[in-house]
Ligand binder design. Structure first.
Ligand code: GCV
Length: 703
């Protein structure tokens, strides 16, 4: 965030507050730091309800239960508009039974309750009771109760019984030890490894609290393009300090490891996973980590991918590599092995390589190995079909990897709400015995984090919604995108129904808008190489073919699209027959995936009757119009949002509106240079000639 703008916004907000002095409800300037945990004072009947709740919270001295009690007392005071009078937390070694009347009680060691973070909340004895088998269940229950109350629910009607849908609910940080964040658009890393272990930034505690509030329970603290530093003795006390701070919030710490570390920092001649000395080295490192951090989560590995070292360097398989590390970790934790692989030598369709590599290994991974699969087969594109590995490895635990940081979706500034995007994959029927969400249920979900040192954490206020939504979906993938958007917007901005109706609509439509102005009709990877920000469909001169946007669109004078049918790469055959059948006929299929699977002529007729060319241009135009509409909707919300955050979002929408036009114009200019077709009647020509768009350079792009 630009300091000058922040300062100006603050002054504007202050001026507005002074001008409106005396008015009943002046929204105070906010910088977004509090995320969705603002607990803004309730009003009317909802206020009367929380004021009627007891002020005493009964907890026990377990650190997690104590946190839950304090959160409840503080949150209730804020909701009552009495922040200066937080309730009292009474701790006992175990709660007395019967429960004290007229109390809020946290009953957190009840063996009759399910384990794994489950909780129940119900009215009891004139108050409310949160019950769980373990302290962390109570913490989740306290946050859930506060969420319900924040949304205006009458406590007398609150009856919750929840358990997480999957055991691992994680964030992966692509943060480097020097503080830079790969594909990070929210400032620098939140981890200051240089000052640790002596200095622990309070932000790391606030981070853990935010994660816990949405049910997340793990974080990988460093980039998958991993530095071996994290395996050195020097980093042990640093990692320990963070893990200790996170433990009460139920967040387990994991690290990404570099496969060649035994050779690079261990002084061994090799990192061959079948070499006993290498195995002993990994075991010793794991033992040292567990001695410092008894609940250490485990290792995340990117191997033989994009130049990272891996077992194939020693003619071993991914299973050999993963199992060597898994045996070092043992039953104490897991090894999460990424399936994001594609090679410079392999000339098969990039979208097929992970499946080809991993399916033959099904059943060969140790029980504590989890294979982590991106939502789609390429790389977090605005729209991809679900990854064909889901459902295709029935004897291996598979985990879902989504990208919260919007590398290919407008990064910090474009407003794109990602819940509909992730749900498209999670809800997809694999045709092999369940949806993607069902396939991953025994393992979990990991989201590439969008957090950074910016005051608003995520580079923009609406990007916070994606962090929130990822946690909520990992907790329960059956939640609707609308419900999550409504919850988030009500807690983050305003509970006013008129505001929520507009903002939820804006959020829900935003994903299709970005698809329309960037990569409509199943196009993918049209972003300029390197920064992945703006359009670069013309790029075709990079050595590795699959790093060129032209590889994905396969456009020429005759047509456009990647033929993945039997006549082409036959990637379709990697899906279950029932799924492949849905996408095999370009005339009958869901046109959102048309050019992903088919190469068609420019005059191909879509079901609407228009030609592909006319429809494509129409979709770019629709994307631009959708962003304009989003900006108009937001412009009408000034009364509901503090001036600072209102201005921040307005500025971002202005950038998005300009850049949606840039995407549209550059793409149309390029396709036209290939097909030589006139624009459909009434269509605005691109603002500049193609050469202008090609000449744009962004050496200063973040991430
Ligand atoms: C961490 C994409 C990104 C890379 C990222 C890689 C991955 O290629 O552009 O920055 O590397 O995905 O997921 O490993």
């Amino acid at each position: 965030m630009i300091m000058g703008r922040v300062l100006v916004n603050r002054l504007v907000a202050l001026a507005a507050a002074v001008a409106a002095c005396g008015a009943a409800s002046v929204a105070q300037a906010e910088d977004g730091y509090k995320l969705w945990l603002r607990y803004a004072p309730l009003q009317g009947e909802a206020l009367a309800h929380v004021r009627g709740l007891p002020r005493v919270v009964y907890a026990d001295p377990d650190p997690t239960v104590a946190l839950a009690g304090a959160e409840l007392a503080r949150g209730l005071a804020d909701l009552r508009g009495e922040s200066s009078r937080p309730g009292v937390v009474v701790t006992a070694s175990r709660l007395a039974r019967p429960l004290p009347p007229n109390s809020l009680s946290l009953d957190c060691h009840d063996p009759s309750q399910p384990t794994g973070g489950a909780f129940a909340v119900s009215p009891a004895n004139g108050g409310l009771r949160v019950v769980a088998a373990e302290p962390v269940g109570c913490l989740y229950g306290a946050f859930a109760l506060l969420r319900e109350l924040s949304l205006g629910r009458d406590p007398a009607t609150i009856n919750l019984a929840e358990r997480p849908a999957m055991p691992l609910r994680m964030l992966d940080h692509w943060d480097n030890p020097d503080g830079k964040v790969e594909r990070g658009y929210a400032g620098r890393s939140i981890f200051d490894w240089w000052k640790l272990p002596e200095h622990l930034d309070e932000r790391l505690v606030d981070y853990a609290r935010a994660d816990a509030s949405i049910g997340l329970n793990g974080a990988v603290v460093n980039n998958v393009n991993a530095s071996p530093l994290f395996l050195t003795d020097r980093y042990l006390p640093k990692l320990k300090r963070v893990a200790d701070a996170w433990r009460p919030y139920g967040i387990r710490l994991y690290i990404s490891v570099r496969f060649s570390a035994p050779h690079e920092i261990g002084g061994l001649a090799t990192a061959d996973p079948l070499d006993p000395a290498v195995q002993a080295w990994w075991k010793a490192r794991a033992d040292a980590l567990y001695a410092a951090i008894p609940d250490f989560g485990g290792f995340l590995v990117k191997a033989n991918s994009e130049g990272e070292p891996g077992p194939q360097d020693y003619h071993r398989s991914h299973a050999d590599g993963a199992n060597a590390l898994a045996r070092a970790v043992g039953p104490r934790g897991v090894v999460i092995w990424r399936a994001f692989v594609y090679s410079a030598e392999d000339k098969t369709d990039r979208a097929m390589q992970a499946y080809n590599e991993f399916v033959p290994l099904d059943g060969k991974f140790d029980a504590n190995v989890i294979v982590q699969v991106k939502n789609g087969p390429i790389d977090f594109q605005p729209r991809e079909p679900f990854h064909p590995l889901f459902g295709a490895m029935p004897h291996t635990r598979l985990m879902f990897e989504g990208q919260i940081t919007k590398e290919y979706l407008g990064q910090a500034t474009h407003l794109v709400y990602l819940a509909p995007y992730w749900k498209e994959a999670l809800d997809a029927d694999t045709g092999r015995g369940g949806t993607v969400a069902q396939v991953i249920a025994p393992a979990g979900m990991a989201g590439v984090a969008n957090t950074g040192s910016d005051r608003d954490w995520s580079g923009s206020h609406f990007n916070q919604a994606n962090w929130y939504a990822f946690g909520r979906l990992a907790w329960n993938p059956n939640l609707s995108s609308e419900q999550i958007a409504r919850e988030w917007a009500a807690q983050t901005f305003s509970r006013d129904p008129a505001f929520l109706a507009k903002v939820v609509t804006l959020m829900i439509g935003s994903r299709q808008a970005v698809v329309n102005y960037m990569t409509p009709l199943g196009l993918a990877h049209q972003m300029a190489t390197g920064h992945h920000y703006g359009p670069g469909p013309w790029v075709c001169d990079l050595k590795r073919p699959e790093w060129n946007p032209c590889y994905y669109a396969k456009a020429d004078k005759a047509g456009i699209g990647f033929d993945r049918t039997a006549g082409g790469s036959n990637a379709l055959a990697q899906y279950a027959p029932s799924v492949a059948a849905r996408w095999s006929d370009p005339r009958l299929m869901d046109e959102d995936y048309l050019l992903w699977f088919h190469h068609v002529p420019w005059d191909f007729r879509l079901r609407s009757g228009s030609t592909l060319w006319a429809d494509l241009v129409g979709r770019y135009d629709r994307g631009v119009a959708q962003v304009d509409q989003m900006a108009r909707m937001w412009a009408g919300q000034a009364a509901y949002v503090d001036a600072e955050r209102f201005a921040d979002v307005s500025d971002d929408l202005r950038i998005q509106a300009r850049e949606a036009r840039w995407w549209r114009d550059a793409s149309i200019a390029y396709w036209q240079s290939l097909n030589g077709l006139p624009l459909p009647a009434g269509t605005r020509p691109p603002e500049h000639p193609l050469e202008y768009y090609k000449s744009l350079q962004f050496p200063d792009a973040p991430g």
